[in-house]
Design a protein around this ligand. Structure first.
Ligand code: F6R
Length: 242
């Protein structure tokens, strides 16, 4: 694991955008795994800026998002579809057929999950997977458990996740309880992983990810088994690392 501790959120975002753009410059048809949430917002902002300056071209890039809430209309301002288009896809030259987000509004979710995994495989797997991390150590919505799912699956969100996500919703009751998430195997099979974290509330999760016991109870700790992980954290998120 390569660890970069930077001063603050702004620097984390700039560094993350540089890593993603380098990936695309080296391989224009890269398959990117993408995260939502507050952490990568600054990274997307930087990438949009770079694109506007002409320094990164997304025309051949393929993307797969990690997750999407269940029982939330796609046009809901808190759906991850809305987030991705609003913050990123609408501002770059990505081809719409190259965008993949778990379609959580479909009927047969088991088939939807299998199809999502087949699409990832057909694209050749993920070249660079961008991850945020939950306060409980989740990646994607692979929540702490005594066992983890390998493929894309429907997940009941953990209490801590519902609590953390409630800041985006008007009422706690409105926070979705379930999501579709990519499983651990697509994440772990990515050629490269970029994990981002900002703020003191992530400090314990980052410590456990880097140097804790490898356990399904801290899904991010499994990243210790991956051979190409870059972690970019700000000083607050690095606080518990010795
Ligand atoms: C989002 C995702 C989640 C978030 C995590 C951190 O697509 O997969 O794992 O990365 O919940 O969320 P924020 O960045 O809002 O703290």
């Amino acid at each position: 694991m390569r660890l970069h501790v930077v001063e603050d959120y702004k620097e984390m975002s700039a560094k993350a955008a540089n890593i993603v753009s380098s990936q695309i410059i080296l391989k224009p048809n890269s398959v990117l795994g993408l995260a939502t949430g507050s952490t990568p917002l600054g990274m997307y902002e930087n990438l949009v800026e770079m694109h506007k300056r002409g320094s990164v071209d997304f025309s051949e890039v393929i993307t797969f998002n990690l997750d999407e809430y269940l029982n939330l209309p796609l046009e809901h301002p808190q759906s991850y579809h809305h987030y991705m288009y609003n913050n990123f896809f609408d501002h770059i030259n990505i081809a719409s057929e190259n965008i993949n987000i778990p379609p959580a509004n479909k009927e047969n979710l088991e088939e939807v999950c299998l199809k999502y995994d087949r699409r990832i495989r057909k694209a050749g797997g993920i070249d660079l997977q961008v991850l945020g991390i939950g306060v409980n150590g989740h990646i994607g919505f692979n929540e702490p458990d005594h066992k983890l799912k390998t493929g894309t699956h429907v997940v009941d969100l953990a209490k801590e996740t519902i609590e953390a996500n409630s800041r985006f919703f008007a009422t706690k009751k409105g926070v979705p309880r379930q999501a579709i998430s990519m499983g651990m195997s697509s994440i772990m099979r990515a050629q490269k992983i970029l994990l981002l974290a900002s703020g003191e509330q992530k400090a314990q999760a980052i410590k456990k990810t880097i140097s804790g016991k490898i356990t399904t109870e801290v899904p991010a700790s499994l990243l210790q088994l991956h051979t190409d992980v870059t972690i970019v954290v700000d000083e607050a998120a690095a606080k518990a690392i010795n």
